[in-house]
Ligand binder design. Structure first.
Ligand SMILES: Cc1ncc(COP(=O)(O)O)c(C=O)c1O
Length: 464
């Protein structure tokens, strides 16, 4: 119990043992014996408890969590307000299949989501348990309502690993290896990654700054519809307003608007996958708001319930008109998760979204300043607390430094900072939205130290 008090008062990391410590080593060995080897753990963090932005491992080491269980613990670990809401619900009832019976918090949260998602129109909500499930619901709704089957998605995108969602995912070949052909008819095209323009253009030369919009969006109408995807057979374009697993890539606003214009001209729906970018993470409730973008269908999960499994697929009431029985699940909209989500929204609206915007700016500025010291930083980008640091061999060739990304995560871990990679070589920062300036300063200092160590290795390995 001493650990709990210490954790409660901890403002910054305290590393007391070698890492992993003896207890952590035991858990890792046990895990190796029984847990699916398909999981990907970059370093041996073995958590025993968490509070706010801090977590304690099984050996009493305290870390600053700049990952939040992959952008999930939005209000920090075990926020007392959320825990209280969960406890109250647990005392009432744990489950009633919301696809078959009613309870009051379900429409209460749905109404809130209808108001919080972009667009003034009334919307309806289908609840699930995970991001992939939300994406499955969105695809099914798009196919059902258009009676079309083809989909367009983007390289680098991540939409989940169930077979339907996996057909959209184009993040890493490893995620598809061994599973045969795509379950769904999806055509992938390059995402609007201006740092690495797939067409070797610039925002000035690609049309992004003109009314015609960027080439990477126009290619759908100018190339795809003429060659491989008959527009009248296409149900939806599925897009992350800020690409997550693909490397925390922020597109120009005109990319999303051009996609929407093209979609409108051909009766195609736009699904915005906001599983990672939604729920306050970017300093707005949904990342789409940064671009004044109003999608037809939005998927939401991860931070939606501060750590309990819940997801939502949200669409205009004119669109979500499928018949009873068309789609449902036993656990989707679990009462405990819904209670946690309602409490999460209150906290987000009462300061945490604002904090994410403020801390995000502060962090981004501090990290950009590191570019002067570390030539291996190719780009620092993001919105709010969705920030990526892309590592490259040199700033001209932009050759990704994948191993350096992993080494940076490990060096940060050794110093008490939890991060995770994304894309080919991007260090991702997705802390809980409760962090303060001291946390940001510690993270910047630690990343600085980690990059100094890693850069020495890069120089030794490559002579660069
Ligand atoms: C944008 C996006 N969509 C969908 C998913 C899948 O979510 P889950 O892992 O909860 O199924 C993720 C997970 O990282 C994601 O980032």
């Amino acid at each position: 119990m001493q650990g709990t008090a210490e954790l409660k008062n901890a403002k910054l990391p305290v590393i007391k043992t070698e890492l992993p410590g003896p207890n952590a080593r035991n858990v890792v060995a046990h895990d190796d014996k029984y847990i699916s080897p398909s999981y990907t753990r970059p370093y041996p963090l073995v958590i025993s408890r968490g509070k706010g932005a801090m977590i304690e491992d099984v050996d009493g080491n305290i870390f600053l969590d700049f990952n939040a269980g992959v952008a999930v613990c939005s209000t920090g670990h075990s926020h007392p307000y959320v825990v209280d809401a969960i406890k109250k619900q647990v005392d009432e009832f744990l489950h009633i299949c919301s696809a078959d019976f009613y309870y009051s918090n379900l429409p209460k949260l749905a109404e809130k989501l209808s108001q919080l998602t972009p667009g003034e129109h009334n919307k309806k909500v289908h609840f699930g348990n995970s991001g992939a499930e939300a994406v499955e619901s969105a695809i099914k709704l798009a196919m059902y309502s258009t009676r079309r089957q083809k989909l367009i998605a983007f390289f680098g995108s991540f939409h989940g690993r169930t077979l339907g969602a996996l057909s959209l995912t184009a993040s890493k070949a490893r995620q598809r290896e061994g599973y045969g052909r795509q379950a769904l008819d999806v055509t992938h095209i390059p995402y609007a990654n201006c740092y690495r323009c797939p067409y070797n253009l610039t925002p000035e030369s690609c049309g992004a700054l003109e009314s015609k919009g960027p080439h990477c969006a126009r290619v759908i109408e100018e190339q795809l519809f003429r060659t491989t995807v008959p527009a009248e057979e296409c149900a939806a374009i599925v897009v992350e307003p800020i690409q997550g697993e693909g490397g925390y890539v922020v597109p120009p606003a005109s990319f999303l608007h051009t996609l929407k214009e093209i979609a409108r001209r051909h009766g195609i729906l736009i699904i915005a996958d906001e599983v990672q970018s939604g729920f306050g993470r970017t300093g707005k409730m949904y990342a789409s708001e940064h671009f004044d973008f109003v999608p037809d269908i939005i998927t939401s999960a991860k931070g939606i319930a501060s750590g309990l499994p819940l997801s939502a697929t949200i669409a205009g009431e004119d669109l979500m008109t499928w018949k009873p029985g068309a789609h449902a699940s036993t656990f989707g909209g679990n009462p405990v998760a819904i209670a946690a989500s309602l409490a999460t929204i209150e906290l987000l609206e009462n300061g945490l979204i604002e904090n994410a915007a403020k801390m995000g700016e502060y962090l981004l500025e501090g990290l950009k300043a590191l570019m002067d010291k570390h030539p291996i930083i190719g780009d620092v980008r993001g919105k709010g607390l969705m920030i990526g640091i892309e590592l490259v061999k040199d700033r001209v060739t932009k050759e990704p430094l994948h191993d350096a990304m992993i080494q940076t995560e490990i060096e940060c871990f050794k110093r008490g900072l939890i991060t995770l990679g994304c894309g080919a070589s991007t260090v991702r920062l997705s802390p809980p939205l409760v962090i303060d300036k001291n946390h940001c300063d510690f993270a910047i200092k630690t990343i600085d130290e980690a990059l100094a160590v890693v850069s020495r290795g890069v120089v030794a390995d490559t002579g660069c």
